[in-house]
Design a protein around this ligand. Sequence first.
Ligand code: NAP
Length: 313
Amino acid sequence: MSSQNEYDVIIIGSGPAGCTAAIYTSRAGLRTLVMGGVTPGGQLMKTTLVENFPGFSNGIRGPDLMMEMMKQAEGFGAEIIYRNATRVDFSSHPLKVFADDEEYSALSVIIATGAKPKMLGLESEQRLMGRGVSTCATCDAPLYKGAKNLVVVGGGDSAAEYALFCAKIAERVTMIHRRDRLRASRILQDRLFSEPKIMILWSSIVEDIIGEDRVEGVLVRNLVNGELSRIDCEAVFIAIGHKPETEIFRGWLEMDDEGYIITRDFVKTSIEGVFAAGEVMDKRYRQAITSAGFGCMAALEAIKYVEMIRGSK
Ligand code: NAP
């Protein structure tokens, strides 16, 4: 490994948690590498207007916010590479992180890999992914401008946002939710209920997605009366929550049943010098601002840890 690849801190992930951590560690003078992934910026890259990030009274586009955060980190000297971390070795210090065959090492590692969209688990969903099935309405719904019907699956904030966004594009939107009550916040529910283009199918699940080469409809089971019905649509947007991106840390770090990294003292993992921030450890709040806050905490801990190691040498 070349000494070029030796860092004080490696941050894995470049969403709000990773970028905030990078701003703090690089500003504190630590040699910082951000492994930003092949699609950097995290989930905000898939949103349109972010209205609840403090400091932007008119809102800010998610991708713009992330580009600014990355630029801010780079401005303080953080290096951002657009590669995925594919393996780690936390058996000894310095800690090792690999991107394919390339090895990087650091005194401290901050994990901010976030979470990825959950899927329904249908064969048709995989086959028709990108052909009408999508997990990002804000990215893909504009492809279906003027559609007769777009389906959104889920009952949380994401599903509500997707349905409202789709209503600007299509003649009709059908939201399919497995319960008789939404999980989405009150403000989004109010907007949903006052949008006449959106119809909600309560207590219903998607049993299959119909279509050979492109989505033509969905088969929906009503969980109350057991009835199965077909709903024609041009696209299906799945918004049923997220799963933490922790596969490469399995066996190294303590995790809960769902794969979230377990932390103590806010951001400390089960290995000294390894910290976790954002949706990879927080399944409760999951907001850009809370992820940024955890990123800040992880960075402050990493700075303290690196200073302690340097002082002991
Ligand atoms: P979420 O809050 O976990 O909601 C997931 C939804 O999908 C729930 O309604 C859930 O149903 C349903 N679901 C889960 N598994 C399912 C399955 N296998 N089949 C069918 N339905 C299923 O996820 P989210 O909406 O992505 O939101 C994640 C976090 O981001 C939340 O904290 C949210 O507040 C935040 N967020 C905020 C904003 C905003 O503030 N503007 C926007 C987007 C997201 P049940 O309700 O029955 O569990």
